[in-house]
Design a protein around this ligand. Structure first.
Ligand SMILES: CC(C)(COP(=O)(O)OP(=O)(O)OC[C@H]1O[C@@H](n2cnc3c(N)ncnc32)[C@H](O)[C@@H]1OP(=O)(O)O)[C@@H](O)C(=O)NCCC(=O)NCCS
Length: 239
């Protein structure tokens, strides 16, 4: 078992383009709680079921490495807004996102809030939808981009907003249009009408070309180092 001391105070991001082979996800299920297995069984589409199982499996593997508790023994429960908490522990903070073909998990002890989101880079978003979640300034910036860059930029904005709302724990109860971004030296900066809140840090995470991944972290003492890696499932069938 990994020891928690192995992990520096920074933010760990694991990206997993998991396999969709039934034999694999049956094995991952062994690390899930009875509640999670029950929820997995309720999914109508295999794609959604696999994605859920992969997400919770990866989350448990990472939290296990950070806490020293084995994956299946971790007690995870959602708060009344759906954000998962580790029972009996304030830290590490963590966030989970899944989209078709990828799960992403961020874990950190040195942040006050943490959120991650991912979407496929080729997701089609209708113009009306973009209008509904973008501020007037964001819409103007998107309109100035060449068409081939506009889709990815619109998805980047969506993932940045969603990662922020997940970090806050409110999700889409809050209108994403109220969380607006501009770019400074190539880095997304949240604009809040008034002064910039320097505790908040937002990044687009390099993930290869197929997905857009965004991270939101709130930390009083600057942005902790971020280490991103592709997760390799090296567990044995009985683990
Ligand atoms: C949080 C939310 C934005 C996630 O959106 P999504 O695109 O469906 O899913 P993602 O892959 O990005 O993230 C899923 C994870 O978000 C996490 N999550 C759920 N609610 C959350 C919240 N309020 N805050 C932070 N994280 C949350 C869960 O860990 C979930 O993982 P799980 O499916 O294994 O339980 C969305 O579910 C939401 O807004 N929920 C709260 C309000 C609500 O239920 N609205 C109904 C739809 S408008």
């Amino acid at each position: 078992m990994h020891q928690p001391e192995d992990h520096p105070a920074g933010i760990e991001i694991a990206l997993w383009p998991y396999s969709k082979i039934e034999g694999d996800w049956n094995r991952w299920m062994q690390s899930l709680s009875p509640d999670e297995r029950e929820r997995a069984a309720t999914y109508r589409f295999e794609r959604d079921r696999t994605s859920f199982i992969a997400g919770r499996y990866l989350l448990r593997r990472l939290l296990s490495a950070h806490t020293g508790t084995s994956p299946s023994k971790l007690l995870l429960s959602p708060d009344n807004r759906g954000k998962l908490r580790l029972e009996g522990r304030e830290r590490p903070h963590f966030s989970l996102a899944n989209t078709d073909g990828l799960v992403a998990v961020a874990v950190a002890s040195g942040c006050d809030h943490l959120g991650i989101d991912c979407e496929r880079a080729d997701t089609e978003i209708e113009a009306a939808a973009v209008d509904s979640y973008c501020s007037a300034d964001e819409r103007r910036c998107l309109a100035e981009l060449p068409a081939r860059e506009r889709t990815r930029a619109a998805i980047a904005l969506w993932t940045l907003k969603e990662s922020h709302l997940k970090a806050l724990g409110v999700g889409l109860r809050e209108n994403p249009r109220n969380v607006a971004f501009s770019w400074k030296d190539g880095i997304p900066v949240m604009v809040d009408g008034g002064d910039r809140d320097r505790r908040w840090h937002h990044r687009l995470v390099e993930s290869g070309s197929q997905h857009v991944v965004a991270l939101a972290a709130c930390s009083q003492s600057g942005l902790p180092g971020i280490s991103t890696h592709l997760f390799q499932d090296d567990s044995m069938p009985s683990e």
